[in-house]
Design a protein. Sequence first.
Length: 115
Amino acid sequence: MTRYSAEEQRQRTLHAIHAGGLDLENVWLRYFSLTGNADEFEIDAYLNGLTILTPQDRNLVSHAVNELTSETPAPTAPYTDESSDDPIAQDATGVLNILDELDEDGGGHRPSDST
């Protein structure tokens, strides 16, 4: 286990809260359910560098944050629905269909020779 100073632990915990999109109320509720005894105001002050907590309470806050972030799915990139009503998607699909038809015809139609 990596050893961090109290300040590094606080900063990394605060970063994890922000990166995980967590709010203070949920962090405090989880911390409290893990036998933490500081109130929400004290946790807020700690996270903002205004007070210090005991090593046990700091670890409980970190544990609460780690549990909450593990329960939150990471953001993922969305997929498109090809049957979308999006006019741009329909135009792109139409262009692709025309290109497919041209490819099947051997590169397109030649104009008739009238001379």
